[in-house]
Structures are given as structure tokens and as C-alpha cells.
Design a protein around this ligand. Structure first.
Ligand code: ZN
Length: 464
């Protein structure tokens, strides 16, 4: 059998790993390459293989860097099934539609620029309708249910603890009388995080494909998030200010709301209004609510005692634009959670514009912000920032909270590698920027594991 890496190696976007066995082709993930628009456009448009030759797709979770090009694959001839967990299918449904919207808007902007230079216009990679059509290919199976997906190829999902529905993929492949077990970690969450169950250790794989997003970094401790969050809110309330939290709509927003609910119930913070201002967050939270099979015990018990962990008396979800605009003139202390997390678009820009200039307010950054984004400039506390092309002074307090990360850090990855099978034939280190994957290979070697490989894009390996 053969494994080829077509993306998501020495990079964190465009994950695509092709397994060929028994004359069948199984594509693990079909992510979008993200980054500078014009550079990634051609890469996303032209698949390095014939989409119609793929028999099945297996998807670990719904983040766009893992599933974002499934509509493109279907549009260009893929006619098979996409296997995922139930929650991943539901989240992928809203995220792919959102991605189609963003691309349709993006392409208009890119084409205006290209038109001015006399260059040919681009077409959107896929439309809202293509995203909707792709959902018809999804076939969902639950965690821990083994399923024969192709001749001699069995699939089983295990908890990955990364986002709702996220899974570690276990493939057992029988070819020419030999059984081989391949484990793909997908993205691995941190342990002891709220809401989701922890990632599972799946022992005994022959080959392991492991994510290394934070292969060379360590995170803040998870234990003290609650008191840190309470301190920020109490200090801001004492000043009569607002707390603005830019947050990714899926996962991070629900975690923050969950903590605010807890703090309010324990009377550690005053009962101030909490506004979740993002239509995508409203949709995502509805999906969280209908998937208790993904929760850990604490959240499950919450539900049993008839409490909604993602909503409480003073928490209001806002879908309508008009209501969102009303927040501009809201004069009392409150918390506003809005997207996008990196502040590159969305309603958060209006809230930042209205609130960054006032030292009474706090901007709380709870997620990773890529270089060059507005979010990164806020994290770095630039004295002046640009919003909608205009310059604003950043006078509000800025607090950076890294404890929420949805990815295991270096130490958590190392202990996972040891727990699953330190003697595996190979560890393929994927889904990490080059420096992170290469550094992690060194950390593994320092622990006596000299079986890691950091593949290049386009490289193939025979799995014996
Ligand atoms: Zn992810």
C-alpha cells in the first residue's frame, strides 16, 4: 500500500493524504490551502490527482483546512462517499456554506484588482450551491463503530478532543494477506478542556500520521482560565467599560460562553449582559446543542439537570444586523463576543472600531492570530491600528489568553506519541509549519524515538 502527501505537510493548510491499497484510493481530508489569495487560488483549483479516481474520502473534523475543498472535489468529478462523524457532518454543512460565501465575496475583490491590471478574472472555487450539493455525499458513523469502507479497508473513529465531532482516524487495511493499522491523529486537543471528551489513546498502529501544529511550543495552563477570565471582567466592570472578545464562531465562542455561564452561576462576576454577535456562532451553537454524544461528563450532567451550558439568563445570541448595530450605542458594562477571531472580517470590526479608543474597555484575545492580521497587531499592542482603512488609537487594555488553545502543545504531543506506540514503523509528522514539524522530530529523537519523517508535498511512501 502507498501513502502520498498532497498538502498539510510543512504547512498547516490544504491537508490531503492519499492512501492506495487493494486497487482503491482513499483520500484522508480534502482541505483548502489558505493564505495569500492569488497564490493559493491555482493550488486549490487544480487537484494533483484526478478527483474522479478517488473512491472514498475520510474526514477527521470540520475545520476548513481539513474539509474546505470537498465541494471543489465533487464539482470536479468525485462521485464517492465522504465518511465523518455526525457532528462533523453538521458542522461541515455550515462551515462549507460560510466558506462558499467568503470565496464568492473574495473573488469579487480579487477580480476588481485583476481587471484593473488587465488580467483574466478568476471564478469562485465553488458556490453556495456546490457546498450544499457536496453535503449529499456525507455518510456518518459514530465513534467506536468499525465500518468497512472499501475492499479490505476498515475505518473507526476515536475522540480527538479538538472541536465538536473531531476524530482520530484508525484504518485497518488488509492487503495480500497482511493487516496494517494506520492511525491519523487529525488535530489533537488538549486534555482536561471543558465541553469535549479528551483525546483517546489508540495503541498498536504500524504507521502513525501525527499533527504538529504546536510541535515546538508550550501553552498556558488550563487550570487557571476561570480566575483569569473573572479578573478581566471584574476589572473592566469596575472601570465601567466593556469586554470585547474576538472569537472564532465554532468551538472557541462556545467555550467562552460556557466559562462565563459558570462564573455567573458561582457569582464570581456580576450579572452583566453577554452578547454573542455572530450569525455563524448562533448556527454553530445550535449544532453543539444537538450533539450530547460528544460531551464530557460535566457538560452532559449540565444537560441532564436541564441547564443549557451555552446560554443563560443574561446571555443573548444575535443574528439580525439591526440588533447588532444597537450594540454600538449600548452604554453599560457588558461582554461582546464576535467573529472573526483574527479580526480579518465580520461584525467584530464594528465593535473594535467603537471601543478600541476608550481605556475603560478591554479587548481580550483568546485565539491564535496569524502574522499580518489585525488580531496580531492587537496582540502585539500596536499603538495605532487600521480598521476599514482608517487609523484608530489602541487605548483599550489588551489581554491575551492562550489557555483556550484547541491544539495539544509540544509536551502533550510527545506524551501522546509515546502512549500510542513509540515503536511504530514510522511517525509521519504532518499539519505543522515546517519549523514546528522539524523541531518536533528532534524532540522525539531526544526521547529515543528515531522513527519520525517530515514529508514534503508530493512525496510517496510504501507502507509494508
Ligand atoms: Zn482543526
Amino acid at each position: 500500500m502507498k501513502l502520498t502527501f498532497f498538502g498539510g505537510v510543512r504547512s498547516v493548510t490544504g491537508s490531503k493524504f492519499l492512501i492506495e491499497a487493494n486497487g482503491k484510493k482513499v483520500l484522508l481530508e480534502c482541505g483548502l490551502f489558505q493564505g495569500k489569495r492569488e497564490a493559493t487560488y491555482d493550488k486549490n483549483k487544480a487537484f494533483p490527482f484526478d478527483p474522479s479516481s478517488i473512491d472514498v474520502v475520510v474526514l477527521s473534523h470540520a475545520h476548513i483546512d481539513h474539509c474546505g475543498n470537498i465541494p471543489g472535489l465533487c464539482k470536479q468529478g468525485f462521485n464517492g462517499m465522504v465518511f465523518s462523524t455526525y457532528a462533523t457532518r453538521d458542522l461541515a454543512g455550515i462551515l462549507l456554506q460560510d466558506s462558499a460565501h467568503l470565496q464568492e465575496n473574495d473573488i469579487k475583490y480579487v477580480n476588481r484588482k485583476r481587471g484593473a491590471k488587465g488580467e483574466r478574472p478568476f471564478k469562485a472555487l465553488y458556490t453556495f450551491e456546490d457546498a450544499e450539493k457536496a453535503m449529499h455525499r456525507f455518510v456518518s458513523i459514530n465513534y467506536h463503530r468499525e465500518f468497512l469502507i472499501e475492499t479490505g479497508i476498515k475505518l473507526k473513529f476515536h475522540d480527538a478532543g479538538h472541536i465538536l465531532g473531531s476524530a482520530i482516524v484508525e484504518l485497518t487495511i488488509k492487503e495480500n494477506g497482511n493487516n496494517r493499522k494506520i492511525l491519523f491523529t487529525g488535530d489533537l486537543g488538549r486534555t482536561h478542556m471543558p465541553i469535549l471528551r479528551d483525546r483517546e489513546v489508540v495503541p498498536g498502529a504500524d504507521y502513525i500520521m501525527m499533527e504538529t501544529t504546536y510541535g515546538d511550543r508550550e501553552h498556558h495552563s488550563i487550570d487557571n482560565i476561570e480566575p483569569r477570565l473573572a479578573e478581566v471582567i471584574n476589572n473592566t466592570c469596575d472601570r465601567g467599560g466593556k469586554v470585547i472578545i474576538p472569537s472564532f464562531s465554532v468551538g472557541r465562542t462556545q467555550q467562552v460562553v460556557y466559562f462565563l455561564h459558570e462564573l455567573t452561576a458561582k457569582k464570581k462576576i456580576p450579572e452583566i449582559p453577554v452578547f454573542v454577535d455572530s450569525p455563524l456562532s448562533v448556527n454553530a451553537t445550535e449544532i453543539f446543542r444537538i450533539h450530547p454524544e460528544c460531551y464530557n461528563k460535566d457538560v452532559y450532567n449540565y444537560i441532564l439537570s436541564n441547564e443549557n451550558p451555552f446560554g443563560f439568563a443574561n446571555c443573548e445570541y444575535i443574528r439580525e444586523t439591526e440588533k447588532s448595530k444597537q450594540l454600538n450605542t449600548y452604554g453599560k458594562p457588558c461582554v461582546i463576543i464576535s467573529s472573526s477571531g483574527m479580526c480579518e472580517g465580520g461584525r467584530i470590526l464594528h465593535h473594535l472600531k467603537n471601543n478600541v479608543g476608550d481605556p475603560k474597555n478591554t479587548i481580550m484575545m483568546v485565539g491564535f492570530c496569524a502574522p499580518e492580521t489585525l488580531g496580531r497587531k492587537i496582540v502585539e499592542k500596536s499603538p495605532k491600528i487600521k480598521i476599514f482603512g482608517e487609523e484608530y488609537e489602541l487605548k483599550a487594555e489588551v489581554v491575551v489568553e492562550n489557555g483556550f488553545s484547541a491544539h495539544a502543545d509540544k509536551n502533550e504531543l510527545l506524551s501522546y506519541a509515546k502512549a500510542v506506540n513509540s515503536n511504530a514503523k514510522s511517525f509521519f509528522l504532518v499539519h505543522g509549519d515546517e519549523d514546528q514539524s522539524l523541531a518536533f522530530a528532534k524532540h522525539m529523537a531526544a526521547e529515543g524515538m528515531n522513527n519520525s519523517i517530515v514529508p514534503h508535498e508530493g512525496e510517496s511512501y510504501e507502507l509494508n
